[in-house]
Design a protein around this ligand. Structure first.
Ligand code: UDP
Length: 139
C-alpha cells in the first residue's frame, strides 16, 4: 500500500457553489499532485456505504441525504505526509472552528455541508480511493 496518498471529495455544497476550480487550485498550490480525478454523484445507497462508519450517529440520515443531493468531485492526491498535511489544509470538521485560510474556513458553510472530505488514515485512503477508482484510473 502507498502511504503517501490521500482521498478527497469536493462535496455537493462546494460543487453547487462553483468552488471546484478554486479548491483544486488550493490543493495543487499546497503541493499535492492529483493522481486520479472524477466528476460524479453518489446515490443515497452509495453515500450510505461510504459513510457506514457513522451509521449509528444522529447526523447519518441527513449526511447521506446531503451527500447524494448533487454532483461531487472525487480525487486521489499524492504528497509526502499526505494524510496529515491534507487534514491540516482542510481544517476542522466544523468550519466555524477551522483555522483561517483552510479550505473549510474559506468555502464551507456548516458542519454537514463542509466543502471537502479528507481521509483520516492510510488504510481509509486506500479503501475510499478504491470506492471510486479502479486500478487503471489511478496514476
Ligand atoms: N458531520 C455532520 N455532523 C456532525 C459531524 C460530522 O454532518 O456533527 C458530517 C460532516 O460532513 C463530516 C462527515 O460527517 O465531514 C464525517 O464526519 P467526521 O467526524 O469523519 O469528520 P471529517 O473527518 O470529515 O472532518
Amino acid at each position: 500500500m502507498k502511504t503517501n496518498r490521500t482521498f478527497t471529495m469536493i462535496k455537493p455544497d462546494a460543487v453547487a457553489n462553483g468552488h471546484i476550480g478554486a479548491i483544486l487550485d488550493h490543493i495543487t498550490k499546497a503541493g499535492f499532485k492529483i493522481v486520479a480525478l472524477k466528476y460524479t454523484a453518489l446515490s443515497a445507497q452509495k453515500a450510505g456505504e461510504f459513510y457506514a462508519v457513522h451509521s449509528e450517529r444522529g447526523f447519518y440520515a441527513d449526511l447521506v441525504s446531503f451527500m447524494s443531493s448533487g454532483p461531487i468531485v472525487a480525487a486521489i492526491l499524492e504528497k509526502d505526509n499526505a494524510i496529515a498535511d491534507f487534514r491540516t489544509l482542510i481544517g476542522a470538521t466544523d468550519p466555524s472552528k477551522a483555522d483561517k485560510g483552510t479550505i473549510r474556513n474559506l468555502f464551507a458553510k456548516s458542519i454537514e455541508a463542509n466543502a471537502v472530505h479528507g481521509s483520516d488514515s492510510d488504510e481509509n485512503a486506500e479503501i475510499e480511493g478504491s470506492f471510486f477508482f479502479s486500478a487503471f484510473e489511478k496514476f
